[in-house]
Design a protein around this ligand. Structure first.
Ligand code: KG4
Ligand code: ZN
Length: 359
């Protein structure tokens, strides 16, 4: 089956077409992402109204381009999927209304996809053999808006092990990058600045939640500690100060994520058995220090580490099309009066019990 997917929940306008065969093999036929970064840069963050207007201006053109790249017409599609939330409501409305209009005009099923489920299922699209990413697996979802550890037991079946009690890790990267005047978006800029560090341990910074029970995260204390170190300097931070602070922050954030994930891995192994995958998803999964730390955690826990390619870790529509294809294959679709959901926890998803992958 072939599914067109649309992603408009934040500051990327994206359209993609994926194919899924009866055995669960996936293929990306087109994947186009238009970043709005330049439109928001002057404000140092995403402006919802600008984002929604930009989605509206560009989405139709991107859909046409995706069809052309795949060499397909609307008539070759089996369904239309769009992010139904969580996200900025204006953008989600643009995406879902567009998808509903196409679905209605062409008589195709419509699927409202939870953006987080899109991230959560991406690994199943990118593995060569679907058995490598069969359910259940442990998922670490780390993005600008989310920071969670979940047991993924099936389509629409998620059990939350822990989440952040304050900032999401990507949000903390973005805020610390702003404190250090490293530019926007902060995560990649901070990672780059950290490469120039000569002494990442020079500034005393805490490792968040170290030794705490459970699998929750917290990043605001680490962020505040960076601000206090900047305030203690004589004058504005030099390039060397900024590099060391960036590296110190990144190292401790990675250490914290690794420690929390280690705890989740123990619990998951007890509940779901050994040798299952540890999957990382979301924009922060692009960070190499964090990837390395997680790889080690997986190895130590006897789990297989699965990380989608970098361009499929950050927001894209291939993951939305793929989640649509998986849901369609399970016999699911959504009514055309689906209401966009600015908030939509994964734990509230339903409807996946039909996909019972072999262990
Ligand atoms: O998943 P995503 O594209 O959007 C959502 O938040 O849903 O994630 C974007 C987040 C931003 O906070 C960005 O700064 C962070 O991911 N990010 C990174 C890196 N690349 C993106 N954080 C740390 N290191 C990176 N290399
Ligand atoms: Zn995302």
């Amino acid at each position: 089956m072939r599914v067109l997917g649309l992603e408009t929940s934040c500051d990327e306008t994206a359209a993609a077409i994926v194919a899924r065969d009866a055995d669960g093999h996936g293929a990306i036929l087109a994947n186009i992402v238009l970043s709005q970064l330049d439109e928001h840069r002057a404000y140092g963050g995403v402006v919802p109204e600008i984002a929604a207007r930009s989605h509206l201006s560009h989405l139709d053109g991107l859909i046409a381009a995706a069809l052309e790249e795949a060499g397909l017409d609307f008539g070759d599609l089996d369904a239309i999927a769009a992010t139904g939330g969580p996200g900025l409501i204006g953008g989600v409305m643009v995406g879902t209304l567009t998808a509903k209009a196409i679905a209605w005009a062409k008589g195709l099923p419509f699927l409202a996809i939870n953006h987080l489920e899109g991230h959560a299922l991406t690994a199943r699209l990118t593995v060569d053999d679907p058995a490598e990413a069969s359910f259940p697996y442990l998922l670490l979802l780390v993005s600008g808006g989310h920071c969670q550890l979940l047991a993924v037991e099936g389509l629409g079946r998620y059990r939350l092990y822990g989440s952040t009690v304050d900032d999401a890790v990507g949000e903390a990267f973005d805020k610390v990058a702003k404190l250090l005047d490293l530019g926007y978006p902060g995560g990649p800029a901070l990672e780059k600045a950290a490469e120039g560090a000569t002494n990442p341990a020079r500034f005393r910074l805490p490792v968040p939640m170290q030794g705490r029970e459970g699998c929750d995260f917290s990043f605001s204390g680490l962020k505040t500690a960076v601000r206090q170190q900047i305030e203690r300097l004589d004058g504005p931070p030099s390039a060397a100060d900024r590099a060391d602070l960036a590296a110190g922050f990144q190292a401790n954030a990675a250490r914290s994520i690794a420690e929390r994930t280690e705890r989740a891995a123990q619990r998951f192994t007890q509940e779901c058995g050994p040798g299952r995958p540890l999957v990382v998803a979301g924009g922060v999964a692009a960070n190499r220090t964090i990837r390395r730390a997680l790889h080690q955690v997986a190895e130590a826990a006897g789990m297989r580490f699965l990380a989608p390619p970098l361009d499929l870790c950050t927001d894209n529509a291939a993951m939305i099309a793929w989640a649509g294809a998986e849901r369609l294959a399970a016999g699911l679709s959504d009514p055309l009066d689906f209401r966009p959901r600015p908030r939509w926890p994964l734990a509230e998803l339903t409807g996946g019990s039909t996909v019972g992958d072999a262990r």
